[in-house]
Design a protein around this ligand. Sequence first.
Ligand SMILES: Nc1nc2c(ncn2[C@@H]2O[C@H](COP(=O)(O)OP(=O)(O)OP(=O)(O)O)[C@@H](O)[C@H]2O)c(=O)[nH]1
Ligand SMILES: [Mg+2]
Length: 293
Amino acid sequence: MFKGFFNRVREAFRRSEITEDLYEALEESLILSDVSVETATLLVDRLRERVRREGIKDVEAAYDVLQHLVAELLAEHVRPLPPPTRPPVVVVVVGVNGVGKTTTIAKLAALLKRQRHSVVMVAADTFRAAAIEQLELWGQRIGVDVVRHQMGADPAAVVFDAIQSACARKVDYVIIDTAGRLHTKHNLMEELRKIDRVAQRALGHTVDETLLVLDATTGQNALVQAREFAQAVNLTGLVLTKLDGTAKGGNVLSIAAEIPISIRYVGTGERPEDFAPFDPQRFARELLPSPEA
Ligand SMILES: Nc1nc2c(ncn2[C@@H]2O[C@H](COP(=O)(O)OP(=O)(O)OP(=O)(O)O)[C@@H](O)[C@H]2O)c(=O)[nH]1
Ligand SMILES: [Mg+2]
């Protein structure tokens, strides 16, 4: 999937010795692979430091250290969804339009269901009738209940009802779909704040999780989106979608390095099973496989 990334980075290691030249070539290859300048510099500095401290002389050993550093960078802040010790765990899913929120919600619900949890999905994107229907279709397909009101209803009211009934029925997870686009960005952020407040009132405590969905193919734009949503709501995790559609693994590195929120899940296609908890070690090995493998 990330062959371009690997090939460019490997070029830098096609040397017999570890020289300043290697570090420069590596930094350049990372930047060419959509890693931001800040993150590329950070990685190269860490590599230089580790090589010096451990007295590494072998180029291949330095490459292994780089793979390890990438895994470390990706693993900073990794944390799973909380268990339903105090059901329901409420998960609000936010993000700009088209990034894959609704699909992600269905995938997450299917995953939790496979783990034998009870789950409901909540159609709080009431801006478009199609959005409610899309979630209902998913509900039928994966066998998960959907709480909905009519199109144009107050999203916060749907959320309030859903949480109240989930509390009464002791449902493990309530996953809330929100709009990606309203008349203005200001309206959207206000709506998300209101959903947050109302959910908190229904629950008696703050919302457990607010996941921001980011389309991994959008690169630097994802950082801008993260900053905007972080101002409106208390983000607790990220989901990166469309990793299947990007050869730009470098984006993921920059997102991990520059947004201090853990990547929880990754989406790699349109089917429910194209979804998994984020595994930093595995991802680092996919970005930078051992050359003989
Ligand atoms: N290839 C690929 N496509 C995906 C992935 N996740 C979602 N999609 C597709 O992206 C498109 C948009 O997905 P939605 O889930 O409707 O996105 P959304 O964020 O809910 O969109 P709005 O409700 O319009 O804001 C759909 O065609 C999905 O099938 C993924 O991981 N890989
Ligand atoms: Mg949607």
